[in-house]
Design a protein around this ligand. Structure first.
Ligand SMILES: *Cc1c(COP(=O)(O)O)cnc(C)c1O
Length: 424
């Protein structure tokens, strides 16, 4: 499908008077509509809840909006837990799906009542020693091998560091039951960024069958099954988008086939989507500040991989629109680059685009999830601002850009700070 920006060149030209590029911008209206659609698709399940994967976009203003639409938080670190708790999202509204978890994070998670999702059987002892075993707990499953969806291999759970083997799941549930756990959950995340309506239903079948076995053999109460994340978005114009209604219907069918006959028709379905919740509803806006004609044609931007790492890290495709040239012919071929001293700092390679002039706004699509949040400070580059396009059409700053002072702040014990010249 053709990809169109959710802002115009005029809107951006207005905005940069107060908030200079680069920045990530988010579309509140579309975010809300998306979550409503997801909730409606899963409404057949009484206990359904989406726990937004905070790592995808840890901005409190974004999380608050998602919470208003009924999302909880899926956290995996201390600061993600703190952020959720500061927004009064806690207790059963937090899923703590961490791995290689430090003790103080379990302590804090338990303190604020988050549902702990154990990544490994050895974490039972670890958790008991540092925080005690709660009455509600979840365990993360890894079936190993490859996870296949009709047309071929989808992903390699056997190579993934997460989760417990099937015998470990049985052993863990047995031990936890003895230690007083009353309600159990099962979680698995087997494939990332899937573009097929079959992923969740196939995963659901694996987890539902496991749940029935665990329930029958050990007599444990399974309260919820967490399908986690992995539902993808169409980064490329030619990609076909997932249909959340079909996905939810597919899960419903397996639920009726596997859980209901086993007398487990009260199990709640949880999801922890990040990318599908936010990905399409954010964009990175940057300005073309250099053009370079050497062995190739380059456009240099005022954003870099520190603001959006996915292309550099995974060779990921992010569609680009030159604002104001939405309908111009794509008769030029460019590498669109950032300023890092790293040759992988390219938002696009050999991309057909309209002719780019200096000062043009380059709109990089689908940065709403795993965009800003993967940012880093390599080369002393600073993280950008974040802006919300509100439902009434007005713009709101929801995170200011980092300044050199922020960058140097961790030397606040040292006299180097007093020598810093901030008059730039
Ligand atoms: C990253 C992550 C998610 C979200 O994944 P998406 O691909 O963004 O949907 C959900 N759950 C866990 C445990 C994760 O690590």
């Amino acid at each position: 499908m053709e990809k169109r920006p959710f802002v115009t060149k005029d809107q951006i030209a207005q905005l940069v008077k107060t908030i200079p590029t680069p920045f990530h911008i988010y579309d509140e209206k579309a975010m809300r509509e998306n979550v409503r659609k997801i909730k409606k698709a899963f409404a057949w399940n009484k206990g359904y809840k989406e726990y937004f994967a905070v790592k995808a976009n840890p901005n409190p203003y974004i999380i608050k909006i998602l919470h208003e639409e009924g999302c909880g938080c899926d956290c995996s670190s201390l600061t993600e837990l703190m952020l959720s708790n500061a927004l009064d999202i806690n207790g059963r509204e937090i899923m703590f799906s961490s791995n290689a978890t430090p003790a103080e994070e379990y302590v804090y998670a338990k303190k604020i009542g988050a549902t702990i999702n154990l990544d490994d059987i050895t974490h039972i002892d670890f958790l008991e020693k540092c925080a005690g075993i709660p009455e509600v707990i979840s365990c993360r499953f890894n079936p190993g091998g490859t996870f296949q969806i009709t047309n071929g291999i989808m992903d390699n759970p056997g190579d993934a560091k997460y989760g417990m083997t099937k015998p470990q799941m049985f052993e863990a549930f047995k031990i936890l039951k003895e230690k007083g756990v009353k309600e159990f959950g099962i979680h698995a995340f087997l494939c990332s960024n899937t573009l097929t309506n079959l992923y969740y239903p196939l995963l659901a079948k694996v987890l539902f069958e496991l749940a029935v076995e665990l329930h029958t053999e050990l007599g444990v109460h399974i309260g919820f099954i967490n399908l986690s994340g992995g539902v993808g978005i169409p980064y490329r114009p030619e990609d076909e988008a997932n249909d959340i209604e079909k996905i939810a219907e597919g899960v419903h069918k397996v639920y009726d086939e596997v859980l209901v006959p086993a007398g487990m028709g009260d199990v709640a379905i949880y999801t922890e989507m990040g990318r599908f919740i936010m990905g399409p509803y954010g964009a990175l806006v940057t300005t073309a500040i250099h053009e370079k004609h050497t062995h190739k044609e380059y456009i240099g931007c005022d954003a870099c991989a520190a603001n959006l790492m996915r292309p550099a890290m995974y060779g990921a495709y992010h569609h680009i629109t030159v604002l104001g040239k939405e309908d111009a012919p794509c008769d030029h071929v460019y590498d669109v680059t950032g300023s890092l001293c790293e040759n992988n700092d390219k938002f696009a390679i050999d991309r057909a685009l309209p002719k780019i002039d200096m000062g043009d706004y380059i709109y990089i699509h689908d940065t709403g999830a795993h965009g800003y949040s993967m940012g880093y400070n390599y080369n002393g580059r600073l993280r950008s601002a974040e802006v919300l396009l509100q439902e009434d059409g007005t713009m709101k700053l929801i995170r200011r850009a980092e300044t050199p002072k922020d960058y140097f702040a961790t030397f606040d014990f040292s006299d180097i700070l007093s020598k810093m010249d901030y008059n730039i």
